[in-house]
Write a protein that binds this ligand. Structure first.
Ligand SMILES: [Mn+2]
Length: 297
């Protein structure tokens, strides 16, 4: 497809001439929404994110210059049968020589992403910043253990410690999640907590907890945001985080050993204004800015 844009892909950071080893980030799309429980469409997000990535500028909102960093876009990993094909994602993430930025897809794609990160940092304490309306701690959903409602449950099973998981933005629960939420040891900050305490206090508390980890993966479901800011998603949940909350949260992760980001559940067919796609792009570029500021130190 012919692409128009004011910049190269990923705000000019993408360099087609380099290998992952030479680049700071690998971008990987996982165009799969077969395990979303309600409205589908997230499979189309990687293409839309790439398309509009030519219209973002290589600066963060605080004018951090991003162009000294480089992105190698490895394209998509196609998933037909998740039971077997998720292994391609796990393997790719486990063996990357640089930092992954993964584009979902429904949240189920984060199961092999977390598994891959667990393998890559196997002798280290791996923490997860989970930004989502939902804890995704179901054991089984719609007859599947790989459902997008089971992601963090699987993560805990393959060895991520509950006390190294911080969940923020939560506001919707399934019966089978209540015990693990209340007694399982994961750190929970609901969307209401953020509204009442303020994002800065919540972010400081999360920073202090994750500071004990050696490696931190961020998994961000776009439905963490209130539907006012990001309507184009499978299950919009009223009463969510603001755009500013999410940007402040990202910025406050500065100084932590970040090792990757996934952004999931953007559903372009449900996003006629494409504001949700642009929200995802902003989050990715501001994440890159956190790494850029770290490198400038
Ligand atoms: Mn969610």
């Amino acid at each position: 497809m012919a692409v128009e844009g004011n910049h190269g892909f990923w705000g000019d950071l993408h360099r087609p001439d380099i290998t992952p080893k030479q680049a700071d980030f690998s971008v990987i799309g996982i165009p799969f929404d077969g395990l979303a429980s309600a409205r589908k469409g997230a499979a189309l997000a990687p293409e839309r994110l790439r398309y509009w990535s030519r219209h973002v500028t290589p600066f963060s909102e605080d004018r951090t210059r991003l162009k000294d960093l480089t992105v190698c876009d490895l394209g998509d990993i196609p998933i037909t049968n998740p039971e077997s094909d998720f292994n391609m994602v796990r393997q790719r993430v486990a063996t990357l020589p640089n930092m992954p930025i993964l584009l979902g897809g429904d949240h189920s794609v984060t199961i092999p992403i977390l598994q891959g990160q667990r393998e890559r940092y196997k002798d280290m304490r791996l923490g997860v910043l989970w930004v989502d309306a939902h804890p995704d701690l179901c054991d089984n959903f719609d007859g599947s253990r790989l459902s997008h409602a089971c992601v963090m449950r699987r993560g805990l099973e393959f060895g991520i410690e509950p006390h190294d998981v911080c969940m923020v933005g939560l506001r919707s629960w399934e019966d089978q999640e209540i015990d693990i939420i209340e007694n399982g040891g994961v750190h929970v900050y609901t969307a209401a907590d953020v509204a009442e305490r303020g994002i800065r206090k919540v972010a400081d508390s999360i920073h202090n907890i994750l500071n004990d980890c050696d490696a931190i993966h961020i998994s961000l479901d776009i439905d963490c945001l209130d539907p006012a800011f990001a309507p184009g998603t499978g299950i919009p949940e009223f009463g969510g985080l603001t755009s500013r909350d999410v940007l402040t949260l990202l910025k406050s992760m500065q100084g932590l050993p970040l090792v990757g980001l996934d952004v999931v559940e953007i559903a372009p067919p449900l996003d006629p204004s494409e504001a949700t796609v642009f929200a995802g792009l902003k989050i990715i570029m501001e994440y890159i800015a956190v790494i850029a500021r770290e490198k400038q130190k």
